[in-house]
Design a protein around this ligand. Structure first.
Ligand code: TPP
Ligand code: MG
Length: 543
């Protein structure tokens, strides 16, 4: 068997079901081995999109998604996806080709040092130099990608190693790994802090959204009855309906939720990852912060916890709750602020203005999405609105990137979500800037026969940068553009398209798109004057 066959059987051993990418001639032995395997090769129209899809697979399942690219230009196109997975802690394995390493018949044609390029963008980047090492290298790659803190791994398989004949070697067997739970002394210290707190709050950060953690988190919150807020990437980690949700910290300060944060004397920060834009700023005189995480905290200028509970988060929290349940008379001290915070956030959600306000868009999207529907955001101004205003009830039902915060990931991540969950409603929400960074994947979506709706918010501008320009007192300059006719554009891909022409037209358009099935694009004009009115003026001058 060839090196490529060993690679593919090692991938099958990992349970890989599909590989996303754009192969080149250096990958052809791998493609041939895939052809004979149980793994589906899903070609994309750009490698960046393949990496976003693989990363989203990792994010939603905890098992590394896999993408494939050729050497040089193809591999370089994976770089943004690698950074997205690294900052977002999403397990992913990237496989790229390379010219032969034993002989160089084409000299340095297309040769770039991809392993060196990937080193700072991955947890591990490695060239494979002999077929015999492939089973162990692949097993190790998946372990490294999937273990805490998860992230991307890069393997380079040169074409001569890929083609080299080797004896059949069995893949390395997998086994379950149970992580250590927090030590007793740490649990006692943590419990003491919570027991003496007068105004405690729980914060759920990015790592709280790891697959399969939702139940343990919901149990913890239910048992201790301390109100909670979340970071953008911690959204949805606790099942809804608890009555303890205080809001999402989409801004770093002065948002309505900060009324509670600023009054808290203890924040139990579960799974906060400082790759996120800070949910609040730690400084002198602020609350005591207890970090609960799989790994010790990362200390930053704006985040330096006073105590830590390190270990497998679910079981460690259960042990902490054993020490707290029924003993916290102050648990609900900040709960009185909840109603007003949520009411202010919901302000103007039904406004009849056309073009639509962001609040109305979020509200109408929530109406047509069932609890388990998944909204995948690209990056733009609307991300802040969705983070603040969109209420989630199920873990990982609002996928956004508050880490690399790259444009272009919305549609590819929705494609992955639709592949994994064909029976749930999947909606990509993109700006007119971000959609056009990977809109070619509309073809991938239609080719795969997915049910998927893409909502494009049209302001004919890089709205978020335009907003920052205004906030910083610069003149409105240079951020506008014109767009294709999005409805015609969708049709050109074999998708269906519609345009929202009145304020109350969005919810019915989305409903019709989901009911119609297939790939559907809905274009809606957005009125971003609310960005300044709410996110600057109202929050600066609260009444
Ligand atoms: C790949 C990439 N390029 C640039 C940026 C900087 N950036 C952040 S938001 C934004 C504008 C997004 O425009 P659009 O997608 O139209 O969304 P809008 O803010 O207009 O709703 C830009 C350029 C980025 N985050 N990612
Ligand atoms: Mg825009």
């Amino acid at each position: 068997m060839k090196g490529a066959d060993l690679l593919v059987s090692a991938l099958e051993n990992e349970g890989v079901q599909q590989i996303f990418g754009v192969p080149g001639e250096e990958n052809l032995d791998v493609v041939e081995a895939l052809h004979r395997s149980t793994i589906k090769l899903v070609v994309t129209r750009h490698e960046q999109a393949a990496a976003f899809m693989a990363a989203t697979h990792g994010r939603l399942t905890g098992r590394a998604g896999v993408c494939l690219a050729t050497l040089g230009p193809g591999a370089l196109n994976l770089a943004t996806g690698a950074a997205h997975a690294l900052l977002g802690a999403m397990p992913m394995v990237m496989i790229t080709g390379q010219k032969g390493i034993l002989r160089r018949k084409q000299a340095r044609f297309q040769v770039v040092d991809i392993v060196a390029t990937m080193a700072p963008l991955t947890k591990l980047a490695q060239q494979i130099v002999s077929p015999a090492t492939i089973p162990a290298i692949v097993r190790n790659a998946f372990r490294v990608a999937q273990q805490e803190r998860p992230g991307p791994v890069h393997l380079e398989l040169p074409e001569d190693i890929s083609a080299e004949m080797a004896p059949e070697i069995s893949p390395v067997t997998l086994h379950r790994i149970d992580l250590p739970v927090a030590q007793q002394a740490a649990l006692e210290r943590a419990a003491e802090l919570v027991l003496k707190a007068e105004r405690p709050l729980v914060m759920l950060g990015a790592a709280a959204s790891r697959p399969h953690l939702a139940e343990a988190l919901s149990d913890f919150v239910r048992r201790v009855q301390i109100p909670f807020f979340n970071t953008q990437m911690g959204k949805g980690a606790v099942a809804g309906g608890s009555g303890l949700y205080m809001g999402t910290a989409a801004l770093s300060e002065r948002d309505h939720v900060h009324r509670a944060i600023d009054r808290a004397d203890l924040i139990i920060s579960i799974g906060h990852d400082t790759v996120e834009k800070p949910p609040f700023l730690m400084g002198r005189g602020g609350p005591t912060v207890l970090h609960v995480g799989y790994l010790p905290a990362t200390v930053e200028e704006v985040f330096c916890p006073h105590a830590e509970l390190v270990g497998d988060v679910g079981p460690s929290l259960a042990l902490l709750a054993d020490r707290l349940e029924g003993k916290l008379p102050n648990a609900g001290a900040l709960l009185g602020l909840r109603e007003e915070i949520l009411a202010r956030i919901a302000d103007r959600a039904n406004e009849d203005r056309y073009p639509l306000t962001p609040q109305r868009i979020v509200h109408d999207v929530r109406q047509v999405m069932p609890e388990d529907g998944i909204v995948c955001l690209d990056n733009g101004m609307y991300k802040i609105w969705f983070a603040r205003n969109y209420r989630t009830h199920v873990a990982n039902t609002l996928l956004l990137d508050n880490a690399l915060a790259t444009m272009g990931a919305g549609l590819p991540s929705a494609i992955m979500a639709a592949l994994l969950h064909p029976n749930r409603r999947i909606l990509a929400v993109c700006g007119d800037g971000g959609l056009m960074m990977n809109s070619q994947e509309l073809e991938t979506a239609t080719r795969l026969g997915l049910n998927l709706v893409v909502l494009v918010l049209q302001d004919n501008a890089y709205g978020m940068v335009r907003w920052k320009q205004a906030v910083d007192g610069h003149e409105d300059f240079g951020m506008t553009f014109s767009n294709p006719d999005f409805v015609a554009y969708a049709r050109a891909y074999g998708a269906r398209g519609s345009r929202v022409a009145r304020a109350d037209g969005l919810a019915p358009a989305l409903e019709a798109a989901f009911a119609g099935g297939g790939v559907q694009l809905v274009s809606v004009p957005v009125d971003y004057s609310e960005n300044l009115r709410v996110l600057v003026d109202e929050l600066r001058n609260p009444n």
